[in-house]
Structure formats: C-alpha cells, structure tokens
Write a protein that binds this ligand. Sequence first.
Ligand SMILES: NC(=O)c1ccc[n+]([C@@H]2O[C@H](COP(=O)([O-])OP(=O)(O)OC[C@H]3O[C@@H](n4cnc5c(N)ncnc54)[C@H](O)[C@@H]3O)[C@@H](O)[C@H]2O)c1
Length: 408
Amino acid sequence: MSTFSIVGLGKLGASMAAAIASRGFKVVGVDVNAHAVDAVNAGRAPAQETDLGDLIAANRERLRATTSHREAILESDVTFVIVPTPTDESGGFSLQYAAWAFGEIGDALARKHNYHLVVLTSTVLPGSTRYGLLPILEQRSGKQCGVDFGVCYSPEFIALGSVIRDFLHPDFTLVGEFDDRSGRTLADAYAAILPKPPPCQRMSLENAELTKIAVNTFVTTKVAYANMLADLCERIPGGDVDVVSEALGLDARIGRRYLTGALGYGGPCFPRDNVALGYLARVLGTRAELAETTDRMNRSLAGTVLERLNLSIVHGTTVAVLGLAYKPFSHVIEESQGIALAKALSRHGARVVAHDPLASSLASHELKDHGLVLDSLHDCLRQASVVVITTPAGRSRWSTAGGCSRRS
Ligand SMILES: NC(=O)c1ccc[n+]([C@@H]2O[C@H](COP(=O)([O-])OP(=O)(O)OC[C@H]3O[C@@H](n4cnc5c(N)ncnc54)[C@H](O)[C@@H]3O)[C@@H](O)[C@H]2O)c1
C-alpha cells in the first residue's frame, strides 16, 4: 500500500491530502508556510474549502504535515506537487514555485534507495514538466528519470467549494506519463484511492498538459456562447436565454452544463487558462483565436451590463451590487464579475454600495476606491435606486458549479 506526500497544502493540496487520508492511506503534507503545517497537525483546515476541516480532524491518525520536503519524500512512495503556478507577464504560467519544490524533492531523492513517483498537479503549459522541471529532479538527485524515479503530470478537474467531492468522484483521471512504469504506478494509485475509479486516460506529458487547459477553455467557450445568446435574447422581444439554452442543452452533442446566460465566468482558473492558451499559440507561431475571443467577450460583460443600465443611471445614482465573490458559496473575489461591475459602475459616476455574505472583507479592500461594501443587505437595498444581482437565481443550478453568475 502506497504512502503519499503532498507538496503544497493550499486549497487543492490540503483537500487532496485529506481526501486520500480518508480513503485509508498515510499522507504526509509539506508546505513552506508553517501556519498551514501547524493547522493540519492541529486537525484544522489550512485553507477554506467545504468539509476540509472535518475531514482533516477525522483522519489525523493518517495525516500529518511538515515543512521538510526531505522528510515527506523519504516517508512516501508517491508525491503530488500542487504549488502555485501564477500567470506571468507574458500570459503563461510561472514555474518559479514548482522549480523550487522540484529542487527540494530532487535533494531528497538523492537519499532514497527505492523507486519514487513525482506527480505534478499544478496547471502548466505543454513542455513544462519534461523540459522545465524534470531536469531539476535529475540534476539535484544525481539520478535518472525512468530508472530511479518516475514522473507524471496529472491535474485535477475540481471547482472551489467542491474540491473534495470532485477529487474523489471525477469523470475521468488524466495521467500524463514519462514512461509506462510512471503511468502504471499513478493509474494504480488512482484505482486504489478513488471509491469508483472512472476511466483513466494515459498519454504523454505534453498531451496531458494541453488536455487540462483544453478542458477549461472549452467549458469557458460554452459559457461565452450562452452569454452571446443572452445578449441577442435581450434585444429580441420576448427573447429568453433560459428557454433557448434549456432546449439547446437537450441535444446530446451539446449538453446543458455551463450553458447559462450569465454575467460570465471568473475565479482563479478559468480566466487565466484562455490567456495562457493564447500565449501558447503565439509561441508556437499560430493563434488560438477562439480562446482570445472567449476571453475578450468575458471581460467585456461588465461593460455590456453597464450599457444596458445606462438610462437608469445619472451621476451620483446609488447602485447596489449584490454578490461580489466569483460564484455563490465562495469568499474568492479573483476575477469576479461582481467586482468588475462595481468598478465599472463607479467609473461611470454611480455611487456603489455592495453586499456579499462571504466575500465582504476581501471585497472591501478591493473596492476601497470604488464603493462601500455593507454588512447589511437591508442597508444596501434601502440606499439604492438601482439593484444589480450578480448571483444565480432559481433555475440556473448549472452555473453554480462553473463560476458564472446569472444576469438578473
Ligand atoms: N484552486 C483551484 O480551483 C485549482 C483547480 C485546478 C488546478 N489548480 C492548480 O493547482 C495549483 C495550486 O492551486 P491552489 O489553489 O491549491 O493554490 P494555493 O495558493 O491555495 O496553495 C498553494 C500552496 O503551496 C504552498 N507552496 C508554495 N511553494 C511551495 C513549495 N516550494 N513547497 C511546498 N509548498 C509550497 C503555498 O504556501 C500554499 O499553501 C495551481 O497551479 C492551480 O492552477 C487549482
């Protein structure tokens, strides 16, 4: 039975660590942030995620954390690396944190006598694992990939707010492998960890790296398509995007999920993946026009809503924006459409008041020059003559998973 180590105890890493421990495996988590390590060792969640605290507390006998990469690598057989890969100035993903982590893992591998599998889970561009990170392992360990250790690229398809459930119940597992042994080891690990193992897609490192970004950008293209229909429907007397998309979604070739006319997608993943695909295409001497258009359309939605509100807003009109996180049941405001709309309204001369039950403290800081985030929904409504609701209403249950918000 394998023992796992997880490098990076953030929203995704800590959730994976707890989920794997909950399936009966020993897990050692590593983070450079001592607070995250202390939290896990005290049975608390180091990041905000549904059920994470409960799962860590319930699995303390199998789950521990350390700041020492060496300790974790020596005690485990399979390591998942889930550190940030932030967007860099060119639009690609920075490997800065991953490279540092791979260096530490390489140092530890130098002291190991048995085979070890290193799995990169962070989102990266094709070629990053093989040409950017794997050489660091070989150089620092003095060992050879494919002989002494294996390497895979294997991202997770999760949404914030349901990371644990999504990790344990994926539609498929994606295994990018350096060689057959690496891929087999990881496929076997997933088969043992997951309650109902889904189909496992094994492929080269580069195909898996591209597949991850392709999944996200395809989904956002669907969102953008629904928003294009929404714009048309709003201009057609009696037009209703929900009616149209409900019917459209019944076509098996299309499907209903992520096909909801809305304010657009946001959050830490979707927006940056389209930008990265555009960058990748330019590096390869071509264009990813669909990704660029999807991104452009998505970023223009706050402006479109503002245009439609224009007649109702004169200088100084108080407008309430309800919903500032990038999706319901979340405190994350990164690339949030509600925030973009509040800023656009303020620039247009409106007096903005806003409310969000979970995101108010982060949003207050972000909107400090643009409006007032109020703790009370009632106060917001009392002050405003125009109210914009950015969160899903009634039927649009699909949009909650995708981070898009229904336009009301
Ligand atoms: N959050 C998501 O919804 C999501 C979904 C799919 C993929 N991803 C990808 O997963 C990666 C991580 O995302 P996240 O949201 O969990 O990030 P996060 O910022 O919540 O957590 C990252 C953690 O890694 C730690 N860290 C940084 N460098 C380290 C190192 N060298 N050694 C050990 N720990 C280190 C940080 O201290 C932090 O605790 C990113 O590449 C992201 O693109 C995230």
